[in-house]
Design a binder for this molecule. Structure first.
Ligand code: FAD
Length: 409
């Protein structure tokens, strides 16, 4: 549409960046991606939700993911002391996919990035975007290669999909504190020795710590006999482990729960435990003149409902639709057509996350005599269908949680 050699520059080749590139390429636009690291690279965020399948299908990226042999996923198990509840996503209220995958992100992200490269996007790795400025008829960006050489590129529009890098929020002073408190996560992969007969690898397990209901652990099985495990807690909780290594700390946390300790008997760490802290973030605007923010570059809530990649995909879908219309000369409203629909789903997840940490959600999830229709509505959100307005839970999540909470007492 414009004079620049590229229509859209995307910062970051994670899930938001690759899916955005796929949408734009399908519209015949010229796309360049600059990615800081060399792929394959590790990333946290391994448990997908079924809603992501619909988006991958829409941009013709599903087939290579299906063929990659990732672990099948059909639900989630929530545990707290003696309580235990299983959600099978196939029993959800909303139509659409009821299954998805648990993925090693180095492989998953590489497949997506390679696919969009094949479709025509130019992907430059080891290219760190450090600066942007407006020019007469576009936007100019500066990126550094690994030898410190500085390069420039111009485009009509920039999509920032830089995840926790948050390039434009930092450069344009868009960052605001998250409504969620500071939390810290420790995680690793292990080779597990769990006998198949006693373990359903098709579901992730979320376990609340037996002695601290603000702390929880995840277990995400993979198809190669390994699994991802991690813990999320406040810095105060971790203080009791001062002096221990991260490996020992994570082991202690998992061993506090008898079921997890038994499951992980004989498990071997594949690599030393990593950590990430203070990851919840927000911005005062998701778009501006000639740019929009996708995925984690915009907002990140909390990992407890595995919503990160789903939100990243949805933001790419919505933004690219508005961009297509803008390039076609239509009058668009980014606030009404991108931000408000995106926040609709993010706020559904936000209500679930808030209720999780307030302690009101788990009793609802675990309540044994729930109406099956109510269970299906909750299951829909857990499966990622947080934008489906037909679902009463999505229409007003806070009110729904409050009402059901009273009924479950
Ligand atoms: P990313 O995947 O972070 O990709 C951003 C890319 O941008 C990276 O490749 C990075 O190298 C690149 N980049 C950064 N800075 C620059 C720069 N200056 N120039 C060029 N490139 C740059 N989500 C789930 O869906 N399921 C889960 O189970 C889950 N578990 C999680 C557990 C924890 C503890 C945390 C913290 C998050 C979890 N998430 C989970 C969230 C998930 O990690 C993210 O939401 C998801 O990766 C967001 O995708 P993205 O494309 O926005 O960003």
């Amino acid at each position: 549409p414009g004079k620049q050699s590229v229509d859209v520059i995307i910062i970051g080749a994670g899930p938001a960046g690759s899916v955005a590139a796929a949408y734009l390429l399908e519209q015949g636009l010229r796309v360049k991606i600059f990615e800081k690291s060399q792929f394959p690279r590790f990333s946290i965020g391994e448990s997908l939700l079924p809603q992501t399948m619909e988006i991958l299908e829409q941009v013709n990226l599903l087939q290579p993911i299906v063929e990659a042999g990732f672990q099948h996923k059909n639900g989630a198990i929530f545990r707290w002391q003696e309580e235990h509840v299983e959600f099978d996503f196939r029993n959800k209220f909303s139509p659409g996919w009821g299954v998805t995958y648990q993925v090693q992100r180095d492989k998953f992200d590489s497949i997506l990035a390679n696919q969009v490269e094949k479709k025509g996007a130019e992907v430059t790795y080891q290219a760190t975007v450090k600066y942007v400025e407006y020019i007469d008829d576009g936007i100019r960006l500066e990126w550094h290669d690994n030898d410190g050489n500085v390069h420039t590129e111009t485009a009509q529009f920039i999509l920032d999909a830089s995840g926790f890098g948050r390039v434009l929020p930092k450069l344009l002073d868009l960052e605001i504190p998250s409504s969620l408190p500071f939390r810290q996560s420790l995680f690793t992969h292990v080779i597990d020795q769990i006998p198949l007969a006693t373990f359903d690898r098709n579901k992730i397990i979320i376990t609340v710590h037996p002695h601290d209901c603000q702390t929880w652990m995840w277990l995400i099985p993979f198809s190669d006999g390994s699994l991802s495990l991690g813990a999320v807690a406040t810095p105060t909780f971790y203080q009791q482990f001062d002096g221990l290594s991260l490996d020992q700390t994570l082991e202690r946390i998992f061993h506090a729960d008898t079921h997890l300790a038994n499951l992980l008997k004989g498990a071997r760490y594949k690599y030393p435990v990593k950590q990430i802290a203070g990851y919840s973030s927000s911005v005062n605007s998701y778009y501006g003149d000639r740019y929009a923010l996708l995925g984690n570059a915009g907002e990140f809530l909390d990992p407890v409902f595995s919503s990160g990649v789903t939100i990243a995909f949805k933001s790419a879908q919505l933004a690219c639709d508005v961009l297509k219309r803008q390039f076609a000369g239509e009058t668009v409203c980014w606030q009404q057509q991108f931000v408000e629909p995106l926040l609709g789903g993010i706020n559904t997840f936000r209500a679930f996350v808030d209720a999780w940490y307030e302690g009101t959600l788990l009793p609802i999830l675990c309540y044994p005599n729930k109406d099956p229709e109510v269970t299906a509505m909750i299951c829909s959100v857990l499966a990622g269908y947080a934008w489906d307005k037909r679902n009463p839970v999505v229409q007003d999540s806070q009110k729904f949680i409050r009402l059901i909470s009273e009924l479950c007492q």
